[in-house]
Design a protein around this ligand. Structure first.
Ligand SMILES: [Zn+2]
Ligand SMILES: [Zn+2]
Length: 720
């Protein structure tokens, strides 16, 4: 039994006889744990407990149908091992355990004969009258009654029913919903394919038929029709009664993709964290019962249960949002590849700018490369202009004269423009003019960003907000300057420069709810706004046919970060944002403002030459043994007291002495304090996964002093 707590150990419990046949692998149960009750996940039978130790008993089985299959339990066992995360914690943070599909769909049925029911009504009559009333209602209702109706006629609460379920007298079942069906005439027909698309579809279909693990890298330029390849490969699997899984990085941002699958496969369901639990669980159960042809979801959908999974697709596989930030800190793309390997099915990783890990795997022949070199609907490539802003005087507008001129033209012709800046708020630096004091978060070692709304200074790390002070806390001067630009300031400048233009904004402040986010996107897509200023949210797969200008305000913003992937990320972002220009009939223009126009990465991103960039970047990483030429493990130690944190980080370093790896650090993290907790980190560089496992084994033995907590991240992608 794995317990849904961060303890790295399995436990043995005794199964009461009356629960016997419901204690199956994957079942979720309530067990006594310490002084409280915990959720447990049944892994499998164990031997008898050691002599003299009385095994604790399972209290009850949760009534909901388990979402864990034996295949998923094996997958989680690997995740737990590989990422060094306790099994119960890994499962509990990835699967909605014990969440019901909602009352209307649950039916209660007697689990015992009518005679036993009668006896129990009598036996419980005085002691538990509500339970007795429920049982009385179930006499003569062998087919079951709706849970909600049962509770109201028996004047009982859910707790009484749960007790009866726990005692094995009643079972709750999710009611079958009618299978999704549609008039065959309404189902969208496949589109005609270009030769490269057809070759890709054929290769994937052949792999589906082979019933063997086959990894593919679908390397297709923006607009080359990758989705049509997924759709037709999926149709091949569905024609054999198979199911498919499609992982997307920003599911909430891309309703179009869901609609395209839904139009071909009526049995397509969505699984992502913004869905209400009820709906998410219902969709997962449809997948488990084989009634959903396709599951489309964000990273957590990689753990969806299937009856007959035949194909996995990971679209935009290079996206960092596939990596989970909390335990088990797994990367959904890598879990998907492992799952496909174990299931013996093909997996397709798609991207216009593949991660260097996947690209390297393809070059080494571990993945098969499928190329889509041209756009599905031919269009001219956009004209690219690089504007050197390094000589702009300080305090000048963030929108260069050249960008403004082109924008004016776009507005005159009634077209649309996208401005990209990966920084929300109004101004990222708030500074005293007299003494140079920079406003920092009291909880974290980061500067505060000025936001127009409510005139607040906001910490983007912990969310703390303080009103904008009238005077400098250090010297008392009343001259406080807002330096630099975020999306709000760009909107402000555009409104002043083009008073008649309708300017919209898309960033996390706007997108606090899915509705407002989709609303902002819809306004732009339907031409109610002329210019949209957005963070990287705007870079994801939207199709805006009227956009003829993309302005990148600061191409360097991610280039000089202390991270070996800075160049890769900059290339991907510029390439992706630039791909939004000229998706209609006109080729369009991309304006790239940069402080370092001579930088090679910027130059390659401008030319869009991914393979040249990849070759250059891989050549830089190889001698340093950075991924994909080696593996990394990051250890972060946090705590309120700096000395305890430093001591624990030192203990980690000592534990790794003599291990087959290189240890960088310990050192304070780039963001040395978050929410008043001091942070130190170490980065372990190793040859391969076996060496990382050895490092994890050693780290698990480190005794952590009071006041410090050690966490690790296998294959990290963030280093703050
Ligand atoms: Zn001052
Ligand atoms: Zn903060």
């Amino acid at each position: 039994m794995a317990v849904a707590r961060p303890v790295d150990q399995l436990f043995t419990y005794e199964a009461p006889e009356e629960l016997g046949d419901r204690i199956v692998p994957g079942a979720v149960v309530a067990v006594p744990f310490g002084r409280s009750t915990a959720r447990g996940i049944v892994i499998g039978p164990s031997g008898p407990p050691p002599a003299g130790i009385a095994g604790k008993r399972i209290r009850s089985v949760l009534p909901e149908e388990p979402l864990l299959t034996e295949e998923l339990l094996r997958l989680f066992a690997w995740v737990s091992r590989y990422y060094g995360c306790p099994l119960g914690e890994a499962i509990a943070s990835s699967v909605p355990l014990g969440k019901s599909t909602g009352r209307p769909h649950v039916v209660a049925k007697p689990a015992v004969s009518i005679d036993v029911l009668r006896g129990q009504v009598e036996a419980r009559g005085a002691r538990a009258p509500a339970q007795a009333r429920i049982l009385a209602q179930l006499i003569g209702a062998a087919g079951g009654v709706s849970r909600a109706a049962l509770l109201s006629t028996a004047r009982a609460r859910g707790g009484a029913l749960s007790a009866l379920v726990g005692a094995g007298l009643v079972i709750l079942e999710a009611e079958e919903e009618p299978a999704p069906c549609r008039d065959p005439d309404e189902i969208e027909r496949p589109q005609a394919l270009l030769p490269a698309q057809a070759a890709a579809v054929a290769a994937i279909c052949e792999a589906i038929d082979s019933r063997a693990f086959r990894p593919f890298l679908l390397f297709g330029v923006t607009g080359s029709g990758k989705t049509e390849v997924y759709l037709q490969a999926m149709a091949h699997a569905a024609a054999q009664g198979g199911q498919g899984l499609v992982l997307l990085p920003e599911i909430a941002l891309t309703p179009q993709t869901y609609r395209r699958f839904q139009a071909r496969f009526p049995g397509t369901v969505l699984v992502h964290s913004l869905l209400p639990d009820r709906e998410r669980v219902r969709n997962l159960l449809l997948a488990k019962r084989g009634r959903a042809a396709v599951v489309i979801g964000a990273r957590s959908a990689v753990f969806a249960p299937f009856a007959n999974l035949r194909l996995i697709v990971v679209d935009e596989e290079h996206e960092s949002s596939f990596k989970q930030e909390n335990p088990p800190r797994c990367h959904a793309r890598d879990v998907a590849v492992y799952r496909a390997r174990e299931a013996g099915i093909p997996v397709v990783l798609g991207s216009a700018t593949p991660s260097l890990e996947s690209y390297h795997n393809a070059q080494q022949g571990r993945y098969r490369m499928l190329r889509l070199p041209s756009r599905a609907t031919p269009r001219g490539t956009p004209a690219v202009r690089v504007v050197d802003v390094s000589r702009a005087r300080s305090g000048a507008s963030s929108v260069s004269g050249e960008l403004a001129d082109i924008t004016a033209n776009v507005l005159r012709t009634g077209r649309q423009a996208i401005y990209f800046l990966n920084r929300r708020g109004f101004a990222p630096v708030v500074k005293c003019v007299r003494c140079g004091y920079v406003f920092l978060c009291a909880q974290c070692s980061v500067g505060l960003t000025h936001h127009q709304r409510g005139e607040l200074l906001l910490c983007h790390t912990c969310g703390t907000a303080v009103p904008r002070p009238a005077a400098c806390p250090q010297c008392g001067a009343g001259l406080i300057k807002l330096l630099g630009a975020g999306t709000e300031r760009i909107v402000d400048e555009l409104r002043r420069r083009f008073p008649s233009a309708r300017v919209g904004r898309l960033d996390r402040d706007i997108a606090s709810s899915r509705e407002s986010l989709l609303g902002a996107l819809r306004d732009f897509a339907e031409g109610r706004t002329d210019i949209i200023v957005g963070t990287q949210m705007i870079a994801k797969g939207h199709d805006f046919p009227e956009v003829t200008l993309v302005g990148i305000i600061c191409a360097d913003s991610s280039l000089y970060m202390a991270d070996f992937r800075a160049a890769e990320r900059t290339f991907q972002l510029i390439h992706q944002v630039a791909g939004r220009a000229g998706r209609g009939e006109e080729p369009g223009t991309v304006v790239i403002q940069t402080f370092s126009p001579e930088n090679k990465v910027i130059g390659l991103a401008v030319s869009g030459d991914y393979e040249h960039f990849a070759a250059q970047e891989l050549a830089l990483r190889a001698p340093l043994r950075y991924p994909p030429f080696g593996r990394l493990l990051r250890i972060v130690v946090q705590g309120a007291r700096e000395d305890a944190v430093a001591a624990a980080a030192g203990a980690c370093a000592a534990a790794l002495e003599g291990a087959p790896c290189r240890v960088l650090g310990p050192a304070p993290c780039p963001i040395a304090k978050v929410r008043r907790r001091m942070r130190h980190h170490l980065v372990v560089k190793a040859q391969g996964p076996a060496e990382i496992q050895e490092a994890l084994r050693r780290l698990k033995r480190v005794k952590c002093a009071r006041g410090a907590a050690i966490a690790w991240d296998v294959d990290p992608i963030g280093f703050f």
